[in-house]
Design a protein around this ligand. Structure first.
Ligand code: NAD
Length: 259
C-alpha cells in the first residue's frame, strides 16, 4: 500500500486508543489520512496523538466519544464536518464491556448479558446509523465494522482449558449480529455512495498464557495467533478505493484458525 493512499481522507476509529485501534490510527496517518482516535478514554487518545512520529504523511487527532450516546456521536460528526468539511470513513472498533464481562456461561446473569449486548452491539448500531445518515447527506462514506471469528464460528472451548479465560456468550451474540447488520446496512444504503464492510479477526496476541497459545496455534496455517499490526493491510484495503466495488462483505483475517 502506497504511503499516501489515504491522502486527506478523514477517518474515525472508535476505540482508537485501544490495542487494535492505536495500530489502525498510526497506519492511517502514515498513509496520509487524518486519523481520528475517538475514544471514551480521551486521555489515552490524546497520549496517542502526542506520540506522532516525525515526518508522518497524515495527522492524528484525539476526540472524546461514547458510542452509546447519540449526542456524543453527533458532537463528533458536526465538529469534524465543521473543521474538515468531510468525513470519509468510520471504523466501528470500540470494545465496551462491563466489569463482570468474560465469565463462563453459567455465571452470566441476564442483566450482564443485556448490558454487554446493549453497549457493544447497540453502540455499533448507533455509530453506523448516525454516520450513514451524515454520509448520505454528503453523498459518500465508508463504514467498517469490527467483528471476530466468533461472529461466524462456534467457539473451540478446549483451547481455553487450564486458563481462567473463555469465549463469552455475549460476544457470540454481539459479533454474529454485527456481521448481519453489516449486510443489512450495505443493502439499505445501496445506491447512496455508502458502503459497509466487516473485518473479522482471529485472536490477537496480548500476553496470553503459553498453554493457551500453543493450543490455539495448532489450528493455524503459518504464524499462529496474529498481532494487531497483521490486520492493518486489510483495513487499509477496505478504506481504499481498491475496494470501492465491495459492500456487505465479511473479511476474515485469522491465519486459518476458523477453518
Ligand atoms: N483483541 C482481540 O483479540 C480481538 C480479536 C477479534 C476482534 N476484536 C475486536 O476488535 C475491536 C477492538 O478490540 P481491542 O482488543 O483493541 O479492544 P481494547 O479493549 O484494547 O480497546 C477498546 C477501546 O474501546 C474504548 N471504549 C470502550 N467503551 C467505549 C465507548 N462506549 N465509546 C467509545 N470508546 C469506548 C476503550 O476505551 C478502548 O480504548 C473490538 O471490536 C473487538 O471485539 C478483538
Amino acid at each position: 500500500m502506497q504511503s499516501n493512499s489515504l491522502k486527506n481522507k478523514v477517518i474515525v476509529v472508535t476505540g482508537g486508543a485501544g490495542a487494535i485501534g492505536h495500530c489502525f490510527i498510526q497506519r492511517i496517518a502514515e498513509s496520509g489520512g487524518v486519523a481520528v482516535a475517538a475514544d471514551i478514554n480521551l486521555h489515552a487518545a490524546q497520549s496517542l496523538a502526542e506520540k506522532i512520529p516525525l515526518g508522518i504523511a497524515g495527522q492524528i487527532e484525539a476526540a472524546h466519544l461514547d458510542i452509546t450516546s447519540k449526542d456524543s456521536i453527533h458532537a463528533l460528526i458536526s465538529d469534524l464536518k465543521q473543521r474538515h468539511g468531510r468525513i470519509d470513513a468510520v471504523v466501528n472498533n470500540a470494545y465496551p464491556r462491563n466489569k463482570r464481562y468474560g465469565r463462563k456461561l453459567e455465571d452470566v446473569t441476564y442483566s450482564d448479558f443485556c448490558k454487554n449486548v446493549n453497549t457493544h452491539l447497540g453502540g455499533y448500531f448507533l455509530v453506523a446509523q448516525q454516520f450513514c445518515l451524515a454520509f448520505k447527506e454528503q453523498g459518500y462514506g465508508n463504514v467498517i465494522n469490527m467483528s471476530s471469528i466468533y461472529g461466524s464460528m462456534a467457539p473451540r472451548f478446549e483451547v481455553y482449558d487450564g486458563t481462567s479465560m473463555t469465549m463469552p456468550v455475549e460476544y457470540a451474540a454481539i459479533k454474529s449480529a454485527i456481521e448481519h447488520l453489516t449486510r443489512y446496512f450495505a443493502q439499505y444504503f445501496k445506491g447512496t455512495g455508502i458502503r459497509v464492510n466487516c473485518l473479522s479477526p482471529g485472536g490477537i496476541l496480548s500476553n496470553q498464557p503459553a498453554d493457551f497459545l500453543s493450543a490455539y496455534n495448532k489450528h493455524c496455517a503459518s504464524k499462529g495467533m496474529l498481532d494487531a499490526s497483521d490486520l492493518v493491510e486489510t483495513l487499509l484495503f477496505l478504506l481504499s478505493d481498491g475496494s470501492r466495488h465491495m459492500t456487505g462483505q465479511i473479511l476474515l483475517v485469522d491465519d486459518g484458525f476458523s477453518l
